[in-house]
Every structure is written in structure tokens, then in C-alpha cells.
Design a protein around this ligand. Structure first.
Ligand code: NAP
Length: 252
């Protein structure tokens, strides 16, 4: 098992990509903190599914946008399990709309959740990682950081900033054996993409050279690589997981 004896915090682990990451990490021997915002039932289902396969997990309710709550959550994980080896900053949201009609609230909420949430959890775990001179921080970004989509100025800004944050933090933490990397997924089959898949599912599939949308597990496997010893000499990188979508090939 590749994560035996380690403790992982996965934010937004009640559903979608975070759930797949939590389940894979637990199957590889990690004790997993399943962080969710409001969907307690879904989070408890993840914990139960992990326990049924012999893994260890516990649900923690916290809004990643609230730094005081995030600090309490990390203190609770440390009280429960004594260490944090891996942080996956996955919690995220969209609130799409054309810029001309975008209310400041839609801008603030997306930046607070996606970007500030990533800062909050990274800041809250980093001292514990520093003390042990080991750690893995994995930020879930998006191809939207580099590839423009209409109606996503707030989301694109949050993810572009996460990529820049990933590189800058990697430089600061490298000498302490803490790596910081990001994953940029393309279109993944989760609740987040349900609405756009309903409207334009076929069109999206045609735009992807591999002719299929991604599954949460496609992202989770890359997160496992970045969490494991196999990626020990990789830091500050953004790894795209999109079936070729961002290559932009015409007639592919
Ligand atoms: P999802 O299915 O909508 O799930 C979102 C998860 O984040 C849920 O567990 C939710 O908790 C949690 N969450 C949202 N806001 C939160 C907050 N303020 N505090 C704590 N938890 C919060 O999303 P997903 O598609 O799996 O996306 C996961 C990540 O991948 C996001 O960062 C997203 O931007 C990124 N991503 C997704 C895609 C895609 O195609 N799906 C593509 C590129 C990047 P509750 O269940 O309690 O609400």
C-alpha cells in the first residue's frame, strides 16, 4: 500500500473528485479526513464505504472559506490522528455568469471558496508538515485557468491564482521535503458539470480528442501519484488531466 501509516485531509470529499480521491487514498492505507461543507449524509456515506473496505476515515464539516473554522478542523485532525502528511485542496464551486451581469457576490464567493479555501487549509497544515519535514500539498485547479470559457471570469481567476500559488509555495517548502503540485482536470463527470453536460454533452465529447469525459477516478489516480513516494522529486507543477482537451487540435 502506497500511503500506509499516513494521514490525508481531502477537502470537498463528500462528492465527485474529492470522494474518489478519499476512497483511493484510504484503499492505499491512509487515514482520511473527509471534509465537506453541508452534505453530511453524502460525507457519512463516503466514510461508511471506506470502512466497509477496511479503511479508516472520518467526516469533518467545515466551510473552507472560513479560516477560523479551517484552523479548528486541522487541530481536530491532529488531535484525532497526531499528524497530517497529505492535503488535497479539492473543495471548489462555480457560479457562472457573463461578466456584464456578474454580481460582486458571485465573484467573492467563488474566489473565497476556491482560492482562499486553498490558502486557508495550506496555511493551517504547513506548520505540522514543517515540524515533521515531510508533506504533500495537492491543489485541484482546472484547465479553465489557461483555456478561456465564457461566463467563468471568477472561476478562471480563482484557478489561475491557484496555479501561481502552487509554484510560489513549492519554492518556499521544497527544502523541507514538502512538495506542492496541482492537477488541472478537464471535463469530469460530477455534479459540477451536470448542467453543462445536459445542455452540451455531445459537443463536449466531440471536443475531447479521447472522445470521452473524464471520471473522478482519472483525477484520483494522479492525486495518488502526487501523494506517493513515486513523485518525490516533482514540485511546483500543474498536471493536466483532460483527455487532450486543452491541446486545441482542429479536426482531431
Ligand atoms: P462537486 O461534485 O460539485 O463537489 C464539490 C465538493 O466540494 C463537495 O464535496 C462540496 O461539499 C465541497 N465544497 C464546495 N464548497 C465548499 C466549501 N465552501 N467548503 C467545504 N467544502 C466545499 O465538484 P467536483 O466536480 O468534484 O470538483 C472538485 C474540484 O475539481 C473543484 O475544485 C473543481 O473546481 C475542480 N474541477 C472540476 C472539474 C469537473 O469537470 N468536474 C474540472 C476542473 C476542475 P458538499 O457536498 O457538502 O456541498
Amino acid at each position: 500500500m502506497r500511503l500506509q501509516g499516513q494521514v490525508a485531509i481531502v477537502t470537498g470529499a463528500s462528492r465527485g473528485i474529492g470522494r474518489a480521491v478519499a476512497e483511493l487514498f484510504a484503499a492505499e492505507g491512509a487515514r482520511v479526513a473527509v471534509v465537506y461543507r453541508g452534505n453530511r449524509e453524502a460525507a457519512e456515506q463516503v466514510v461508511t464505504a471506506i470502512a466497509q473496505r477496511g479503511g479508516i476515515a472520518k467526516a469533518y464539516q467545515v466551510d473552507v472559506a472560513d479560516f477560523a473554522a479551517v484552523k479548528n478542523c486541522v487541530e481536530q485532525v491532529l488531535a484525532d490522528w497526531g499528524q497530517v502528511d497529505i492535503l488535497v485542496n479539492n473543495a471548489g464551486m462555480i457560479q457562472d455568469g457573463l461578466f456584464l451581469q456578474m454580481e460582486p457576490e458571485a465573484w467573492y464567493r467563488v474566489i473565497q471558496t476556491n482560492l482562499h479555501g486553498t490558502f486557508h487549509f495550506s496555511r493551517a497544515v504547513v506548520e505540522a508538515m514543517f515540524r515533521r519535514r515531510r508533506g504533500r500539498i495537492i491543489n485541484i485547479s482546472s484547465v479553465a485557468a489557461e483555456r478561456a470559457n465564457r461566463g467563468q471570469t471568477n472561476y478562471a481567476a480563482s484557478k489561475g491564482a491557484i496555479n501561481a500559488f502552487t509554484r510560489a509555495l513549492a519554492v518556499e517548502l521544497a527544502s523541507r521535503n514538502i512538495t506542492v503540485n496541482a492537477i488541472a482536470p478537464g471535463f469530469i463527470e460530477t455534479d459540477m458539470t451536470q448542467a453543462v453536460r445536459n445542455i452540451a454533452g455531445e459537443q463536449i465529447q466531440k471536443a475531447i480528442p479521447m472522445r470521452r469525459l473524464g471520471k473522478p477516478e482519472d483525477v484520483a489516480k494522479v492525486a495518488l501519484f502526487l501523494a506517493s513516494e513515486d513523485s518525490a522529486y516533482i514540485t511546483g507543477q500543474v498536471i493536466t488531466v483532460d483527455g487532450g482537451l486543452s491541446l486545441g487540435g482542429i479536426g482531431s
